[in-house]
Design a protein around this ligand. Structure first.
Ligand SMILES: CC(C)(COP(=O)(O)OP(=O)(O)OC[C@H]1O[C@@H](n2cnc3c(N)ncnc32)[C@H](O)[C@@H]1OP(=O)(O)O)[C@@H](O)C(=O)NCCC(=O)NCCS
Length: 188
């Protein structure tokens, strides 16, 4: 999968991305906003392991955000199962030097479109930590609705904080035509 956008390209990870991913992911300001399974410090071995996992997944759900051929971040979907099987969680991070240029917003919008086009999901959601207004803004600009504040729901860096829950449901982005479940890929 490759989606060429004006500020970045979303594409599958490549083995050759390991060095740049390790370099850019190894940043406390990135880690502090993600769950603990995102390693810190982030080593070359972590990047290599992650790329094997991401490239082996079917369907492919985790992608590099690339600029000028270099992987400078990641964006992906975690597909849920059981009764949550039509929900997926979206997550993303970007090299700090590129923050504030609309890159994550552009990537998030494209992932939302890709997710609803390619997968039989009806809901995408994300939880931003209470200290992460940049991510909340990204989600708002990508058409997500703030649904709830889960009080004292998560513990990060030994601080127990609120999680702000954002979601977007299929075909609810402003300006889109309404479609029913028949529009789900693989329906019928
Ligand atoms: C969150 C993250 C991906 C944003 O990437 P980005 O490319 O800088 O995002 P964008 O430039 O598309 O949009 C950022 C928006 O947040 C706003 N913003 C940034 N810092 C802010 C702050 N402290 N308070 C309020 N708004 C803020 C920006 O002004 C911009 O909004 P605008 O376009 O209306 O001006 C990046 O900061 C990152 O990688 N953070 C660490 C990982 C992370 O938080 N992942 C998400 C977990 S839910």
């Amino acid at each position: 999968m490759e989606i060429v956008l004006s500020r970045c390209t979303i594409r599958g990870f490549r083995a050759a991305d390991a060095g740049s991913i390790a370099r850019h992911a190894n940043n406390r300001k990135v880690w502090i906003n993600l769950r603990d399974r995102f390693p810190h410090p982030y080593t070359l071995a972590d990047a290599k392991k992650w790329i094997v996992v991401a490239t082996g997944a079917v369907p492919e759900t985790h992608f590099a955000i690339a600029i000028g051929g270099e992987a400078v971040g990641g964006i992906g979907l975690t597909l849920k199962n059981d009764i949550w099987r039509r929900s997926a969680e979206i997550g993303y991070w970007l090299r700090e030097e590129h923050w504030g240029r609309g890159i994550a917003t552009e990537a998030a919008r494209a992932m939302v479109d890709h997710a609803f086009a390619a997968l039989s999901i009806t809901r995408l959601y994300a939880g931003a930590f209470e200290w992460n207004p940049a991510s909340m803004r990204v989600l708002e600009k990508a058409g997500f609705t703030r649904e709830a504040v889960l009080k004292k729901a998560v513990t990060k860096d030994e601080r127990t904080i609120d999680l702000v829950l954002y979601a977007i449901v299929r075909n609810k982005r402003a300006g889109r035509a309404e479609q029913g479940d028949d529009a789900l890929p693989g329906a019928r």
